[in-house]
Write a protein that binds this ligand. Structure first.
Ligand code: ADP
Ligand code: GLC
Length: 517
């Protein structure tokens, strides 16, 4: 078997005796792989949370070694982008999934985005997953099954484009059916499925199976059946060649009954077989205070006067008293996961200890209402903006002393890393990626229990540290150097892609040899 070197891979139609001529023996220099990165969000065009950021930065970092293209739905914002979209292919319908066109958009830095054009499904007023009131679209199963099917059709060379991926990387439940359709189409292209958040699972009624063209035999506990329903998340886990998730601690957590959201059994099975890995997210290079155009001109020194200038900006923007006491910020989706209610609970204590809080976020109506009530209770001490504003978010990281992030769970979390880069120390629960990216007492403050009491313990340690300028300066300095850019942390994905592609090539070679003997 010595000749089954990992870098041998089949191209063309070799027959007869195995020889260097009939096989394209790729050398180690030619390892540039074609990867299709399937995602429902891309920060360049439409962002809901961290998945948009990872989808925009990880493929760019990988593109140094590979040829990574994005596949995403043609939402209204995408179609309205100033970057022209060329129609390059046509995808057939399947069962109740409509046919659609495939567009190609090149972003200014050369990143190629394949856009799935289907106006009835995607061009709506709202956000990627629901309407402007935040209600999920009732046909999300069709919208995202269509995305998964498109990925499989492109991998099968059925899209009318000459570019055919050697690996499909699907992200979160909206892309979960991509590996499944690939399996049902009997493709041997390897696939990676990344779990960014296990709690959003993409469930729909079993009665939708015929509409989605899902074979009846897939509706078993070993397939995508989940307590009598269909789970897109489970499909991604079961049918992909390898599962990754976005931090090492979260990778362990989701194999437990407590955090496994009912999928811990299959995740343990994958982990035991070496088919699940935790790879901690990096951040994009545009999160760099030295050249971030969103920061105030002439105020980039966030270890010095720059922080003060940004603090003044926040004070004005949020109607806060102007002073030098500790300034806390919240930059978050306002959802249960993020422990927003805990921050509302401790706001009075922070104010009593001389702190001020600026909050930006949007999300669940009752949490928006809870946070919106705070400025009236604490005028000049708490300011709240309900909304999404990237410029303000960046200036808040730059101008604050502390970021409040008491997440109940956190697969990775990017905000704490952005805060660190901009010299704001995160105060966070020791869970998931927060535990992996914050060193307690060095690059932030961690607490253990999801209670106001435990949270307050960390807040008081932070306030004490703030009273010792040398200590806080030293921590800020360490924190600013802590987060890794994707460019520095992309190799685990590179290695994973290479090994899956090589494994598949070896399998194909063995099959060919088997046929000949
Ligand atoms: P999640 O993806 O669970 O929301 P992350 O920390 O991974 O959490 O990513 C959140 C991203 O969204 C960060 O880039 C954060 O700065 C950004 N963000 C969240 N809320 C807002 C907001 N209201 N305005 C601007 N940016 C926001
Ligand atoms: C999800 C998670 C978050 C993670 C992000 C990017 O939104 O909630 O923790 O950072 O995905 O992977």
């Amino acid at each position: 078997m010595g000749y089954l070197v990992a870098s041998v891979h089949r191209e063309g139609t070799a027959r007869g005796v195995l020889s260097a001529d009939s096989w394209n023996v790729q050398t180690l220099q030619d390892q540039r792989r074609k990867i299709l990165f399937v995602t429902p969000e891309l920060t360049d065009l439409v962002k809901v949370g961290g998945l948009g950021d990872v989808s925009s930065s990880l493929p760019r970092a990988l593109n140094k070694q590979h040829d990574v293209r994005i596949l995403m739905p043609g939402y209204r914002e995408v179609m309205a982008s100033p970057n022209p979209i060329r129609i390059v292919g046509q995808l057939e319908g399947h069962a109740g999934l409509p046919p659609c066109r495939l567009g190609c958009m090149e972003l200014p830095d050369g990143l190629i985005v394949h856009v799935l054009i289907c106006p009835d499904l995607y061009e709506r007023e709202g956000y990627p997953y629901g309407d402007s009131q935040g209600r999920d679209w009732p046909d999300n199963h069709i919208r995202f099954a269509r995305l998964g099917l498109a990925a499989a059709q492109i991998a099968a060379g059925q899209a009318g484009i000459s570019w055919v991926p050697q690996l499909v990387h699907a992200n979160d439940w909206p892309a979960g059916l991509a590996p499944a359709y690939m399996a049902w189409m009997k493709l041997d292209t390897p696939s990676v499925f990344t779990i960014h958040n296990l709690t959003y699972q993409g469930l729909c009624d079993a009665g939708c199976m015929p509409e989605l063209g899902i074979p009846g035999e897939a509706f078993t506990p070993e397939g995508l059946e989940f307590y009598g329903r269909l789970s897109f998340m489970k499909a991604g886990i079961v049918y992909s060649s390898h599962v990754t998730t976005v931090s090492q601690t979260y990778a362990r957590e989701i194999t437990t009954a407590e955090s496994g959201c009912g999928l811990d059994g299959i995740l343990r099975y994958k982990a035991d077989r070496g088919e699940m890995t935790g790879i901690t997210n990096g951040i994009d290079q545009n999160w760099n205070p030295e050249n971030d155009p969103n920061l105030l001109e002439g105020s980039r020194d966030l270890e010095g006067d720059g922080k003060r200038a940004h603090r003044r900006y926040i004070e004005e923007r949020f109607g806060l008293d102007q002073e030098d006491g500790p300034l806390f910020v919240v930059v978050s989706r306002l959802v249960h996961q993020k422990g927003i209610d805990l921050t509302a609970e401790v706001a009075g204590d922070i104010v009593a200890a001389g702190g001020r809080i600026a909050v930006i976020g949007r999300g669940e109506a009752h949490l928006e209402a809870t946070m919106s009530a705070l400025p009236e209770r604490f005028p000049g001490r708490v300011g709240v903006q309900i909304g999404f504003n990237e410029l303000d978010a960046r200036r808040m990281f730059a101008g604050s002393d502390f970021l409040l992030m008491p997440s109940r769970f956190e697969p990775c979390g990017l905000s704490q890393m952005y805060a660190q880069r901009y010299g704001s120390l995160p105060i966070a629960r020791r869970t998931g990626g927060l535990a992996d990216t914050i060193e307690d007492g060095v690059t932030g403050f961690l607490f253990d229990e999801g209670t106001a009491q435990s949270y307050l313990g960390a807040i008081h340690r932070a306030i004490n540290a703030h009273e010792h300028p040398k200590l806080i300066q030293a921590m800020r300095h360490r924190a600013m150097a802590a987060p890794l850019y994707w460019q520095e942390s992309v190799s685990p994905y590179d290695r994973l892609y290479q090994s899956l592609i090589k494994e598949r090539a070896s399998r194909a070679l063995v099959t060919q040899i088997g046929r000949r003997t």
